[in-house]
Ligand binder design. Sequence first.
Ligand SMILES: Nc1ncnc2c1ncn2[C@@H]1O[C@H](COP(=O)(O)OP(=O)(O)OP(=O)(O)O)[C@@H](O)[C@H]1O
Ligand SMILES: [Mg+2]
Length: 579
Amino acid sequence: MKIQKIKLGFEIKTGKEVEIAPSHLIVTGLTQEAGKTTTLESLIKRSKKRAIVFRTKIGEKSFLEGTKIPPYFKDRSDWQFIQGLVEATIKEKLRSWDRSVIIRLSKQTGGNSLLDFKKKVDERLETPKLNNFERDILTNLQAYLEIVLPKLQSINFSSKLELVEGLNIIDLERFSRDPEVQSLVISSVVEEVLNEFKDVIIVIPESWKFLPQKRGNICKLAIEEFIRQGATNNNYVWIDSQDMSNVDKVPLKQISTWILGYQSEKNEVKHTLDQIPLPSKSKPKPEDIMSLGLGIFYLATRERTIKTYVQPFWLDDSRSKKVALGKLKVSELDAPEKLTPFKVAMKQPEKITEKPSIDFQETSKRFQKELTEMRHDFFDKFGEMQEQINKTYVEIYNIKNQPKQEFDEEVFLGKVLQKLPTSSPASVTPVSVDKESIIKDVLSRMPTQVGANVYEVAPLVKITKDFLEEAKNKIISHIEKLDDKQKRMLKWIEQNAKNTKRNEIFLNCFGKSATSGSAYTELAKKVLEMKQLEIIRVDTAQRIFPHLKERITDLIKQYKATDEEIENVYNHVLMEMIK
Ligand SMILES: Nc1ncnc2c1ncn2[C@@H]1O[C@H](COP(=O)(O)OP(=O)(O)OP(=O)(O)O)[C@@H](O)[C@H]1O
Ligand SMILES: [Mg+2]
């Protein structure tokens, strides 16, 4: 099959057309003074291939003529990918033991979620028994993932790489401060093209950043692989780089086409020339490079080294040739107002007559497409925000909607009853004991008034209370029936509060005359009556003991009279006697 060559431009002095074979290539040269991007853009257009370029810097003006496609990123956590990430971060090959740790962690994730992998890393770091090397690796990975993951979540990546004809622009401007994220996207795209596409050119910008010499970068592995294997499917890498310092040398060795533009710094020129894997006779000399003008490059391949004027895509053949022949200066191509290349191109009558309407249509189509994409992007963002808000509301709803702590009266009462003191829980069923305690408690709090109490309680309690009333009344009526002498003696006995001989009582209550004779006999009889009423006690030696309180207690205690009630009745009886 005949290789479709790509026109580069015209040879200086001879004006011969210069072509290159499709291959991996590098364009070097000083910013704005060489014309690297113009060269690449022109080559892409003339190759008629699909190409992917990345916009990585804010305000980058190059490659504006393509179609912006959504960034593609394939979320992965398979061990090969993670190993690459680790080796990129620690910049050395993993030892087999640490590699097995990473493989094991990766395998726990299902292979397609960096976020899941991060969780595994977090978990693993919690384990106390980690050797220092593993801890270092995982801590590095954790830190790296903490940087990239939130950013990767923040935009809607396309899960499928869909390329249009011509220039496909992947805009990574918004990650211009996050080269890690840019690297992940670029490496993802590079791998996808390698595995799934044919005839695609990938332009790698700022190679010192994505193919760094001293640091690791996930892109490096992907690009190395792409350079090694891509050519078999006519997939090529084109590198845009000012010079070769700080660029990894390994992939450079595989590159066969070098397009060397103007450089001003001698060491950098030397450095660039040193990297070219060609015999020295095929290489230009440093002073050659340092005397180049805008748009003029040395093409260095295995076969030849040709000083060439690179034809910009916006310039016609004849004028390009004139520039190569020295008949037209590059500076003369610029409009005095420093119009952009597009505007210069539009000024060309040939171009205008060739396809003015098509150009117009294409431009408006492109704008339309961009507008639609922007609109989609805008609405996607809104969609995402809406989703976040919805999620928040769902959470709030869930919290609010949690089942309330139901008030179970039975359980509550049970708990309260358990806390109430019980007199003999072992012998009585807990419930009845509790009831009794409550009743007692309630009664003790009610104001008591002997004789006039009205008890509104449960029937059984009421009956008990009735008996209590009866007993109280009984003893009170006994006391009421005592004559004055008996009452006087009873009072004296009660106040004496200890046992006494009858004579002593009679003497103290009624004087000496009462201690003998009929008065004594009469009083002795009265004492006997009181003894029979059990309001005093008389022992075998005729000693008299106070017994009123005991009697009251005996009578009413059986009806569950409290000590307070007993005291009340006792006082009441004493009052009766004072009357
Ligand atoms: N072959 C050419 N003929 C005429 N003008 C050119 C040519 N190449 C580039 N220019 C002009 O030179 C300027 C810089 O070109 P370009 O953007 O391609 O440079 P660059 O090397 O990519 O710069 P940078 O490193 O900043 O990206 C542009 O205005 C462009 O129109
Ligand atoms: Mg450029």
